[in-house]
Ligand binder design. Structure first.
Ligand code: ATP
Ligand code: MG
Length: 550
């Protein structure tokens, strides 16, 4: 995007849109608007700055405080604005009083400001970015479900029209809360999100949430013997201990001490897997969860960090379903410089509960059908949530039903990263020469390139063609720069508009102009007199190709 002159970086996570970038962005916005309007949503525009106090009312000031830019006005009143659930719910609490006013879906396309820990990948994770956010309000749960389905389908249409292939995955609801959510992922190796999809059924989920079925527990050597303490001086990591026991890392039962809502708990997982803290927090129904500090670990295990194990612990032990039935395993001895071998988890330790708290991974069994899961990477371009009544209850978005009884509205919320979507389009459509824009969001549909700007006839024909195309409603970029043809052709490929029309002495001598399709490289000739008509016809072909390809 930088090379093609679409954007410029001001500083980390802050970008200027140059003319070509802005045109593409506006085309994405237009698609989003058209589809949201078609779905019956109403566009509004809310302020980007909100009094901090409203965020304190829902408790989300605390939840989101790290990601919020916090500013103070001259009266020292705090202002923030990372997203708009609170603001729109407050609005609706004042505007809606009767079931007759529902359902209602309000959306906006607006700049969001977030103090991201790692702004990176250009527009993908910026400090200021454009989001389309929508919020639905319904009288009941079934109605809210219907609104959710409409948005889900609308998102599919939006991304398809942008020329994107998306994968829809089950997602964690995170700081938003609510009962369930789906993310729209653009598959790309550069994506920040990990996900798994089933090779047989339709199951797909973000790694933050993905489940997988545990297989048969392996039985290792020493399964028949009783636990034996082995001196392991200074061996703390799974790799070190596994190497010492000449065993695969999976034979180790890794034991981590967490503090969940101020109570220490032990979590046991296979040595070759990592704890998924999002799943763990859910499993324990904990509001706050963090790894214990060194002092707490020493206190609850009686040993310094690196030697924890489930045998003999006095705190609740949660074991991942994958270590259930583990026999002949190795684990920390809760004593400095010592491990236990020949451990049978069920026999030697007391497990409070078996839970699914590790990350699913490539080759694991699908939780629905048992077939193999496949790991992928993706870019989250959209996210839809069922929120329920959390915000409407807290902020008083209540309505009266036909009998005059008061109820909280049932909500959903729906976000699209508009600027991120634009970049994702490019992430999915490029070759070594540059961008391959889909017709729908290309900054211009057609580039007319005059090969030699000094050649009068070429110039005259080009100008007439540009005029005729524009009169017919085609948006045209005219490259009449006095540059070498090589430079202009290279730039045309880099910018990647769907059709490149070159007007030069050589092709004119052959009786026409040359039209090149960026996506296929195909070149066609058109007689000068019919050029505009042919180009319009071929644009239709390029548009249809977009539909098929997505
Ligand atoms: P992420 O997990 O990527 O931080 P999020 O869960 O914070 O995303 P939401 O609050 O659901 O995102 O925002 C809706 C959409 O806005 C996201 O799906 C994403 O496309 C986009 N988005 C979120 N944060 C950024 C950012 N820092 N820069 C650009 N786009 C973003
Ligand atoms: Mg975020």
């Amino acid at each position: 995007m930088l090379r093609a002159g679409l954007i410029r970086r001001l500083s980390s996570g802050l970008y200027t849109f140059l003319p070509l970038g802005l045109r593409a962005l506006q085309k994405v916005e237009r698609i989003v608007r058209e589809e949201m309007d078609r779905a019956g949503a109403l566009e509004i525009l809310m302020p980007a700055l909100h009094p901090q106090e409203i965020w304190e009312r829902t408790g989300r000031f605390e939840v989101l405080k790290d990601v919020m830019f916090k500013i103070r006005d001259r009266q020292e009143r705090g202002l923030v604005g990372p997203t708009h659930e609170e603001i729109v719910t407050d609005l609706v609490s004042h505007e809606v009083s009767s079931y007759r006013q529902l359902p209602m879906n309000l959306y906006q396309i607006q700049s969001k400001f977030r103090d991201e820990i790692r702004p990176r990948f250009g527009l993908m994770r910026a400090k200021e970015f454009i989001m389309k956010d929508a919020y639905s309000f319904d009288v009941g749960w079934d109605e809210a479900e219907a609104s959710y389905r409409v948005m889900y389908e609308t998102y599919r249409r939006i991304f398809r029209r942008c020329g994107l292939r998306t994968k829809i995955v089950e997602a964690d609801t995170g700081a938003m809360g609510g009962s369930s959510s789906h993310e729209f992922m653009v598959l790309a190796d550069s994506g920040e999100d990990g996900l798994v999809e089933c090779t047989a059924c339709s199951y797909a989920a973000n790694l933050e949430r993905a489940e997988s079925k545990a297989g048969e527990a392996p039985v290792f050597d020493g399964a028949e013997r009783t636990p034996e303490e082995v001196a392991t001086p200074n061996l703390r990591t799974v790799q070190e201990v596994a190497a010492f026991f000449k065993s695969p890392p999976a034979r180790l039962m890794k034991t981590l001490i967490y503090v969940a809502d101020e109570k220490p708990v032990a979590v046991v997982v296979p040595g070759d897997r990592d704890v998924n803290e999002i799943k763990l927090r859910r499993s324990l129904s904990a509001a706050a969860l963090a790894l214990a500090d060194d002092a707490t670990i020493e206190k609850v295990t009686g040993a310094p960090v690196g030697f924890a194990g489930p045998v003999g612990l006095k705190i609740p032990v949660y074991a991942d379903a994958r270590v259930k039935g583990y026999r002949g395993a190795v684990t920390g001895a809760n004593r400095k410089d010592a491990h236990l071998a020949n451990v049978d988890l069920a026999r030697d330790a007391s497990v409070a509960e078996y839970v699914d708290v590790t990350f699913a991974r490539d080759g694991d069994a699908c939780p629905r059908c048992g077939a193999a899961l496949q790991g992928k990477r993706g870019i989250e371009v959209g996210h839809v949530f069922k929120l329920g009544t959390k915000y409407s209850e807290q902020l008083g978005a209540l309505y009266l039903d036909a009998e005059g009884k008061q109820h909280p509205a049932v909500m959903g919320c729906y976000g699209i990263g508009v600027t991120r979507t634009l970049q994702a389009v490019i992430e999915q459509r490029f070759d070594k020469d540059g961008i391959i824009w889909p017709l729908s969001v290309a900054p211009y549909s057609v580039e007319v390139l005059v090969v030699n700007a000094q050649h009068e006839e070429s110039m005259a024909i080009s100008l007439r063609l540009v005029e005729e195309l524009e009169r017919g409603g085609v948006d045209v970029l005219f490259d009449d720069r006095d540059e070498r043809p090589g430079v202009k052709f290279k730039d045309a490929d880099l910018l990647g508009l769907p059709l490149r029309v070159s007007v030069g002495e050589r092709s004119l001598a052959k009786g026409g102009i040359e039209v090149r399709f960026r996506h296929s490289g195909e070149v066609r000739m058109a007689p000068v007199a019919e050029a505009a008509a042919r180009i319009r016809e071929w644009m239709g072909e390029v548009g249809a190709q977009l539909e098929e390809g997505s």
